[in-house]
Design a protein around this ligand. Structure first.
Ligand code: SF4
Ligand code: SF4
Length: 226
C-alpha cells in the first residue's frame, strides 16, 4: 500500500485502487482477526527476513531485515478480499489495521500504524514440532545462506549451483511432507515456510526450469527468464 499517492484528494472516494494494487502487511493488532476467524492462515503468506520486497513506503526494492506477513494476492495482483464486481472489501468491518489507517492523500495515520510491531509466525504457531521445523527450514534455507552461496557462484561454479539446488529441493519437498505427516492444509505452507525458494530465487537473478524428468535446473534470468 502506498500512502500519499493522491495528494489532491481529501477523502476516500472508494475507488478501490489501493486494494487492487497490493495487500496489507499485518501488524500485531491484527492477531485478533485470526482469533475471531476473519482471517485463516491459508489466506496469508510469510516474507522471510532477507527476502526482496517492493517497499512502497520508501518506493524502492530492498531486502527486508524483518519477517513480514501479508494477505495473499490474486494472480493478477490486488488483495484476495477485494471484490472486483462490487468494488468492495469483503471483510471491510474487520479489515486489517493498515487498511483501516490507509488514506491515499495523507500518510500520517498509516505511518503511525506501520511503525507498530508486525505480526510474525511465532505469534500464531505454538506447536513445538512446527516451531522446530520452521527453525530447521531457516537453518537450511535462510536467505542469508542463499545469498552467501550465490556470491560464490563465480568462484566455485557448479559446486555452488549444486548447493543452491539442494536448498531449493529441501524447501520444495518439505512442504508436502509436512502437510501430509501433520495433516495441515497445503495452502498453509506459504504461511509456515514463506514463499517457495523456487519462486523467490529470481531475486538473485536466477531462474528454475524443470527438466524432462521433473528435476530442477538453474539458469540465469538473462538466459532463460522473462
Ligand atoms: S484510500 Fe483507496 S479506495 Fe479510498 S480513494 Fe484512496 S485509493 Fe481509493
Ligand atoms: S483487506 Fe479489504 S481493505 Fe484491505 S486491501 Fe484487502 S480488500 Fe482492501
Amino acid at each position: 500500500m502506498n500512502p500519499q499517492s493522491h495528494t489532491n484528494r481529501t477523502h476516500c472516494i472508494r475507488c478501490g485502487e489501493c486494494c487492487m494494487k497490493s495487500s496489507p502487511t499485518l501488524q500485531i493488532s491484527d492477531l485478533q482477526l485470526l482469533e475471531n476467524g476473519t482471517l485463516r492462515k491459508e489466506q496469508l503468506y510469510t516474507i522471510r527476513a532477507g527476502e526482496l520486497i517492493a517497499d512502497n513506503i520508501r518506493d524502492e526494492l530492498r531486502l527486508t531485515d524483518e519477517e513480514l506477513m501479508k494477505l495473499r494476492e490474486k494472480p493478477a495482483g490486488g488483495c484476495i478480499f477485494h471484490d472486483a464486481d462490487g468494488n468492495a472489501c469483503t471483510i471491510y468491518e474487520n479489515r486489517p489495521a493498515q487498511c483501516a489507517a490507509f488514506a491515499c492523500w495523507d500518510a500520517g495515520e498509516f505511518m503511525r500504524v506501520y511503525d507498530t510491531p508486525k505480526l510474525i509466525r511465532r505469534d500464531l504457531v505454538e506447536d513445538g514440532v512446527l516451531l522446530g521445523l520452521m527453525e530447521k527450514h531457516e537453518e537450511r534455507c535462510g536467505y542469508n545462506i542463499l545469498e552467501a552461496i550465490v556470491k560464490d557462484v563465480q568462484a566455485r561454479g557448479e559446486q555452488a549451483l549444486g548447493e543452491i539446488l539442494e536448498i531449493m529441493k529441501f524447501d520444495y519437498r518439505l512442504r508436502p511432507f509436512v502437510a501430509e505427516k501433520l495433516s495441515i492444509p497445503s495452502a498453509e505452507m506459504d504461511f509456515l515456510f514463506g514463499r517457495p525458494v523456487v519462486d523467490t530465487i529470481t531475486m538473485f537473478g536466477l531462474k528454475v526450469v524443470r527438466d524432462a524428468d521433473g528435476g530442477f535446473l538453474l539458469t540465469t534470468l538473462e538466459n532463460g527468464g522473462s
